[in-house]
Design a protein around this ligand. Sequence first.
Ligand code: AMP
Length: 396
Amino acid sequence: MLTVDNFNFKDEKVLIRVDFNVPLDSNFNITDDSRITAAIPTIKKILNDGGSCILMSHLGRPKEGPADKYSLKHIVSRIEQLSGSKVLFADDCIGATATELSANLQAGEIVLLENLRFYQNEEKGDVEFAEKLSKYGSFYVNDAFGTAHRAHASTAVIAQFFSGKKCFGYVMANEIANAEKVVKHPERPFTAIVGGAKVSDKLLIIENLMDIADNIIIGGGMAYTFAKAQGGKIGKSLCEDDRMPLALELIEKAKSKGVNLYLPADSVVADNFANDANTNVSENNQIADNYMGLDIGPVASKLFCEVISNSKTVLWNGPMGVFEMSSFEAGTKAVALALAEQTKNGGFSLIGGGDSAAAIHKFHLANQVSYVSTGGGALLEYFEGKELPGVKAILD
Ligand code: AMP
């Protein structure tokens, strides 16, 4: 895998696709700058070699061209703070200013281009648009794992204009190395924990993991589709009736492949989707009509934690319940703590997918697990067995 460590960037103008899609509050203050922080080592390596950087990113989902609230000008000063270098800003990613700034760029300098998604050509993967962007630099680095599953102009299409002069940045290299460690060389037993709201979002990943994992733990709202499919009473819990046959198929598939599939035996149930609702603990297949399951119960939690602590490798994608509310966070927190313990005992743990990453941060355990991925959709697609266009474009 070619990374920035394989090159010396002296006198190169390096076009870097970064993921600076950071959350902003109503006054355009950055509320979480971890995506910028993550890209700084790649930027510094290039500048320290004597090169210069042209940074390109998207921010939010602008639908109809330029919009002030999606402008990357709001993040210029934070990049300056974190990189310790002056950052010039091109207020249009295509056109005279961007051309001039990049043409005059000196070693050690940084230019940030305005939001790529102000042009629809970006998401359409337009070749001409990609070629225009490519003219700004002499070398292409992709460090945006969060968009690696998209065949956009700046994430994949552009790479064809940099034959022999393209590679991964540190964020991408790290993400790929950690994901590959789990898929290609997991120390066994390997346990995959899949949670979250809907089965439909996670069917492909569960199916693909059947060929790799020794144990699959299912939690969260999606567990109730399995419970109902098996004839259980699930009250008002989340359920995708049309996915019940598939849920039964997955149970059968696990049996035939010798994979241990763990479904929650019990749940914390509530009479309302609210933190102050009346709650109870119920067997998962005996939930009263006016109650809904919002977290795994103590029996499930204990078993899941035992399986985790006996595992050498664990992948966690999706929470065990509505962890955003304190009344329903216990199951997700127990799993997070079990992961920290398993990691402390020498195991490898990879946390990925937006909501499990959010959960591990909420419980302040992010630095006690092996790796927390920054790419929600990209990591999910990787574990679904799909080829990521942003990765392929560099390898081609
Ligand atoms: P996902 O994005 O599919 O991983 O789903 C994450 C979301 O699922 C979180 O916002 C959780 O609050 C929600 N969730 C987890 N368990 C349940 C449940 N039992 N009922 C309703 N929502 C849930």
